[in-house]
Design a binder for this molecule. Sequence first.
Ligand code: G6P
Length: 592
Amino acid sequence: MCGIFGYIGPKTNAAKMVIEGLKSLEYRGYDSWGIALKTDNDIIVYKKTGKVGEINKLPKNLLGKTELAIGHTRWATHGGVTNANAHPHFTENKEIVLIHNGIFENYFEVKKQLLRKGHKFTSETDTEVIAHLIQENLKRHDFEQSVKNAIKKIEGRYAIVIIHKNENKIIAARRGSPLIVGVGKNGEYYIASDVPAFLKYTKKVMYLDNDQMVILSENSAKFYEIKTHKEIHKKMIEIGWDSQTAEKGAYAHFMLKEIMEQKETLYRAINQDDRLIKKVADAINNACGTYFVGCGTAGKVCLTAEYLFSEIAHKHVNSIFGSEFPTHHHFITNKTLLIPISQSGETADTLEAIEVAKEVGAKIISIVNVETSTMARMSDLIIPVKCGPEKAVASTKVTTAQMAILILLAYASIEKLSEGKILLLETAEKINDMLNPGYVMHIFKLAEKLKNFESMYIIGRGANYPMALESAIKLQEVSYIHAEGFAAGELKHGPIALIQKNTPCIVLVGENGSKSAILSNAMEVRARGGYIIGVSPTHEEVFDYWIRVPEVSIASPIVNIIPIQILAYQLAILRKNNPDMPRNLAKSVTVK
Ligand code: G6P
């Protein structure tokens, strides 16, 4: 949610670099953007609604020589999508400039106090209030102290980056929203919400943790605890990702690239240290209650855990959306095991669930793709998903890899890890075969038939019920078609009233046990005029359109969701939507 990128160092094309870096952060928000660059004794700010501008179309003065620049790509929270609300925000006297990610929860109170002191605001944002708060402090204190004093007044989660027209430094601080310092050559530093922004230049990073600030100048990065102002020594970490995997390559969109990467991501996800998987399985067996917690697609993966553990290990585990966790915290004790599932490791609602659970001493083992994320650092142990960067807003490759890890854990909890591994290796091989150009074209043809429908339904049973919900999210996110997922057996209790002539209904057929029941449900829909799209290893009479998936028994949710990802992608293309940047959404939701 909102992307931040800044640079200080000897390179004189800082502004160009920041604009390019912002493009790789657009998945975090793309309703408006802006940049501030420092000249000798001044700051130039340029901001605009829409996606980050093309360098060759920008005003010339933006691309003059500068060694210090910061930029922002926004996902609006406070204030509409306007040029004025875009970041960076100046103070009234144009002395400092600030960019921000997060929500300043008590901003209104502070704004009222500042208004009484005569401050005039030009935007509706909470961010501008922070800039004014710093300006008020600058009357009595130096730059660093003013920032510190202002930050102490902020309630909520934030990442902020500030520059002063007379100082050759970047000050940044965080609580809750990510900020990572990239360490370049020759005393240069980058600061960003996520590593792809500077991966082209360096893989060496230092993480800012909660309630810490950093002061970056040429040749030095000094980290402090905000409360005590004690200096902290940070460890330098080398990132395993390379810049190529963070780029689109030959694909038109990241979403398609990431869908196709599922030919190999499953292999990587299941290539785990057996001791780690057994250790986590033991923790599940010994816990007094295991809770899987996540949001959005990761939340649906959590729900599959309930079914997979029940089917494979005959064990009860709980799943809950991060945002709903506050009502469950009464059951959490120091014997509970919390398993957060997340791609980014930065989702605010999931992080908050971890904080609540940690307070009572619960154990935290996360299944997370970004191994250096806040979530990973808050956990007692992590299982890395190993998918490499996932940049399209709609999650695809990480979803299936996370489910593969759940299957490994469920088998390991009954001491049958190798059985689970064999099943998943076979599944990975079959996905490799499945994702061929002919297969993709067959689904593209279906998209052509469905592109003008305004509603569709998806049904599943058992572990395919969460995948029916996930299918609906995929279709909503990128095609903007109204889509709803149901437990197939529930259809007759209400939703079947929505079926009319030709209403598309996707049927996710699971393993043999539930097959005849869901085919009966499909028949009920067809009898009322529904157009049945069967996702199934075998062709069935009830299907009007058949999408073949491999037979993989309990791993069927993994293979069943892939054709729906392809369908959603192609519907987005046919309906002229950008699948990588769907309206109103952001990849990493760092606000509550
Ligand atoms: C956002 C994204 C979803 C994602 C969810 C959770 O809503 O648009 O694709 O599933 O956040 O993200 P996480 O990084 O925690 O998996």
